[in-house]
Unconditional design. Structure first.
Length: 312
């Protein structure tokens, strides 16, 4: 696989070993708020967009939805290196952009302005930039473009669609919330529910109670997070993970818990909502990112100011 047209190594940041690290790729519109610039690009074309970015290259872009998540990830790296300076199992962040290197200088300068620990900036002219994810060993890809996300999922990379929203200043530790079916777990029970309704899904779950569920698109990412979390005692961990699922605890929670146990994936807190809205509990948790496959749940999260990522 060819390297991207231009990869800028950030020499201000200690480079990570991608064979050991948890590599996360984010697009520029996921990490920064580029909605005005994107509108300019769509309405006036590429040349006008490049001229604008060049003229404003020293003006930092405002933070986007994934910004606080990247900051929290950076905090985890600091805590890991405090306890073991030789540790290589760290988060590694790279930015994947369809900008040319010339118009991308504003993105590099913005990252440096905020002190973001981004190892590499990959400026790709190809229509489908996701072809470079595997060569960089990316374990999670966050984009504000639905086609990008679908392409990445087809390539077997855990991916989610970021919706642009105002995000409050965040605190640490890193807090990540996963939905269950079709996110952490496979969508097998969802499919039974679509075909046979709630009663059919309940019967299926009772029959399959002893059988762990299949893997969902974000299982690999969650497992790596869990591995990092095990480096710390529960009280001192800079990572907290949550399961917030529409399943009911009484009828459908047992299989979910047994599956997590079978995988060896420890989750800090689990909420079985039995179909109730997730917004209130998310407002309480205040995660840096919430992954769900239901757009109504994403909307509920946005209403309470929670950074959300849709897994299509």
């Amino acid at each position: 696989m060819a390297e991207p047209e231009s990869t800028i190594i950030n020499t201000d940041v200690k480079q990570k070993d991608p064979s050991e690290a948890l590599v996360i790729a984010v697009t520029t519109r996921a990490i920064f708020n580029l909605e005005e610039e994107h509108k300019l690009y769509m309405e006036k074309g590429k040349e006008e967009y490049i001229r604008h970015q060049r003229a404003n290259q020293d003006k930092p872009l405002p933070p986007g939805t994934a910004f606080a998540f990247i900051q929290a990830v950076q905090y985890v790296n600091e805590k890991i290196l405090e306890s073991n300076p030789a540790e290589k199992d760290l988060f590694d962040i790279l930015v994947l952009s369809n900008n040319s290197p010339e118009s991308g200088m504003r993105i590099v300068n913005s990252a440096k302005h905020y002190g973001l620990e981004i190892s590499k900036f990959c400026f790709v002219s190809d229509e489908d930039s996701t072809q470079y994810l595997k060569s960089h060993r990316v374990k999670l890809f966050l984009s504000a473009d639905r086609t990008d996300v679908c392409n990445a999922l087809r390539r077997g990379v855990s991916s989610a669609l970021i919706f642009q929203q105002e995000v409050q200043a965040s605190s640490t530790p890193l807090r990540v919330v996963f939905d269950g079916d079709a996110v952490l777990f496979s969508d097998e029970t969802d499919q039974v529910f679509q075909e046979q309704g709630l009663e059919g899904a309940l019967q299926y779950e009772r029959a399959m109670e002893a059988v762990p569920m299949g893997e969902g698109p974000l299982k690999a990412f969650a497992m790596h997070l869990g591995k990092m979390r095990k480096k710390f005692s529960q009280e001192k961990s800079p990572i907290r993970t949550y399961l917030v699922t529409a399943r009911s605890g009484r009828d459908m929670g047992i299989r979910a818990i047994k599956t997590l146990r079978e995988w060896g994936l420890a989750i800090d807190e689990a909420f079985f909502m039995d179909g109730a809205p997730k917004g209130p509990i998310l407002a309480q948790i205040q995660p840096h990112i919430f992954f769900d496959d239901g757009l109504h749940n994403i909307q509920g999260a946005q209403e309470v100011g929670v950074p959300s990522a849709w897994v299509p």
